[in-house]
Design a protein around this ligand. Sequence first.
Ligand SMILES: Cc1cc2nc3c(=O)[nH]c(=O)nc-3n(C[C@H](O)[C@H](O)[C@H](O)COP(=O)(O)O)c2cc1C
Length: 228
Amino acid sequence: MAWHREHLPDPLPAEPLELAADWLAEATRREIQPNPNAMVLATADASGRPSARVVLCKQITPHPGFLTFYTNYQSHKGRELEANPRAAIVMHWDKLHRQLRVEGRIVRTSAAESDTYFATRNWQSRLGAWASQQSEPIGSRAELIGNVAKTALRLALPVPTGDEQASDPGLRIARPAHWGGYHLWAEAVELWVEGSARIHDRARWERALTPQGEGFQPGPWSVSRLQP
Ligand SMILES: Cc1cc2nc3c(=O)[nH]c(=O)nc-3n(C[C@H](O)[C@H](O)[C@H](O)COP(=O)(O)O)c2cc1C
């Protein structure tokens, strides 16, 4: 058996998120899957009951060390994150044989950061943020589409037709206060590379986070190689 496969750097880097950001950048550049920035986000309610779903990682910021994603603050995940501001994510780049895991603490992005990102979204997505009460039940799909049309009229926007190519009406759509971003501050990071003969390569970095201002003061990373 040839031990030809990629493995983690040896010695391991002192801190993990630059390599994680390189992995995400490579997956994006090589277009290896439709949503290379998709990540499974696990949250838990105040009693510890878990739930998970996919969201998009909009940024990995290696220093001071957090990931950014956006959602509806009143959604199921949003309510869990307010009650229990901890989360874990997994990103899996199947064709690159790599997995990234991050566990840590959750802080809302500033209103200014959420505004800046919201303004980059296409107008249908911005309208959707107003029209959809994410995670709430609705009677039918027709009712949902009716709500989108009503919201479009209220905001003096064109009613979307489902045509993805429709041009941006060019109108300013302000961010609703219930929609915005979170930073997941990394307390633990695991990088995993698939190995030959199931001898995968894993390493886990851990550090302490001390609350400071709107975020945390991170301590130094410690790292161990783990058995697969
Ligand atoms: C590829 C993909 C990307 C998604 N990206 C997001 C996202 O960035 N933010 C978000 O709120 N939901 C996103 N969703 C929808 C979520 O998976 C989920 O259905 C929604 O956020 C409601 O989750 P909740 O009820 O647990 O809060 C995405 C789904 C998929 C499949």
